[in-house]
Design a protein around this ligand. Sequence first.
Ligand code: SAH
Ligand code: SF4
Ligand code: F3S
Length: 461
Amino acid sequence: MGTFVSLRMTANLAQSSNSRRVYVETYGCQMNLADSELIGGILNPEGYTFTGELAEADVVLLNTCAVRDNAETRIRGRLGLISAQKRVRPDLVVGVLGCMAERLREQFIEEEQLVDIIVGPDEYRKLPELLASAFGGEKGIAVRLSRVETYDDIEPLRTEGVSAWIAVMRGCDKFCTFCVVPFTRGRERSRPQESIVQEVRTLAGRGFREFTLLGQNVNSYRDGDRSFASLMKAVAAVDRSVRVRFTTSHPQDMSDELIEAIAVTENICKYIHLPVQSGSDRILSLMNRTYTAEQYMRLVEKIRRAIPGVSLTTDIISGFPTETEEDHQMTVALMREVQYDGAYTFIYSARERTRAWDMGDDVPAEVKSARVTGIVAMQQLISRELNRRLVGTVVPVLVEGPSKKSDMVFMGRTDTNKTVVFPHQREQAGDIVTITIDRANSATLFGHTGVAAQHAEGEAA
Ligand code: SAH
Ligand code: SF4
Ligand code: F3S
């Protein structure tokens, strides 16, 4: 869950007397993106419509992330810009939702006069009520965390497309000592398997071709005696022509049953994001990660034996309290040994309320960034080498649509979650096409449709 994206919902399905327009900006992980769709599902039946233009909006909602200080700084900067709008349009309603709402609570309303409502991740059902009061000039705050809320009965407002996220569990009980998530999202709870399967059936019928089951700690999903592996198998059985993925998994909950389910089920993608965080046992123990580097390596070997060709990615934190050069080198060594297909790398950021907060933040900023820079450079070398080995192979690719650069060039993903770009012929978003890989860099595979060799305009790899 390391990617940070900003989603602007533009679906406009409501047909009701309420003509208010909502602009949503989303920060943080895929859970937050899924939550923004959920918020759409809560507000749309109340007549709200959505706009991608801040200037057109009657309501601005920022769905925020608190995982690192720089995420918060960016969001505070954005709030500053929005305040400028509010000065000229005093009836504009501004809301702070998500993880920062949980962390900063009243502070927002007191310090930042421009915020009208503050709503934590378990209180989104109250949004219509809070917005109605805000239009009457009343500020509102709802930040209680719940042990049971899964929003199971609410249908998220999804923009039609190829891929759909499905939140199957919420919260986290792992309490890694650096992490604010257990405080901002509360305790773990899962949705019933049956209702998830039903949702997938409906969405597959509507044309979605790929489902990503989401949770902060998705493989600790449980519905009575049914495990995450059972859920994955049930979802994959709904329609064998759709792809099923999941994120994020914790090494501790990577059961043999789940590995086997991925290995034997054709439409479960051969891709696992398995955050390691560090390669030093001393640091892993201070982080409360519950495994040693050796145990993690054995898990990786088991996965590789069971699922040949599996793609593995990870999260790494540099500069955790007391991390020495030697600890850092152990991380580098582990990465070299695993040969990850990709890594999300983070500079440690001390978060209030976490246990690591009390350990101090003793690694100097420049040392932290030097370590991250080294890790990024090494990962690029590994990714490039692994990707280059795919040159000449023929891979099935799920087409997502035109690439960012040109309508003539399309992009899609392999089952192993690698981005592939290729000249557009007749294929459409949602098709699975056969692509021959012609060249590769650390981030992208370049190919052409079909299995025949391509002769024209060769560009050096
Ligand atoms: N549940 C997910 C983590 C979500 S946060 C998981 O366990 O994989 C995504 C990543 O952010 C974490 O894996 C970690 O690498 C990073 N992260 C979390 N807290 C951080 C902090 N205080 N400083 C730097 N990176 C952090
Ligand atoms: Fe944070 Fe650890 Fe939970 Fe992931 S597993 S959300 S890193 S506490
Ligand atoms: Fe996600 Fe950020 Fe919250 S990573 S869970 S939005 S703190």
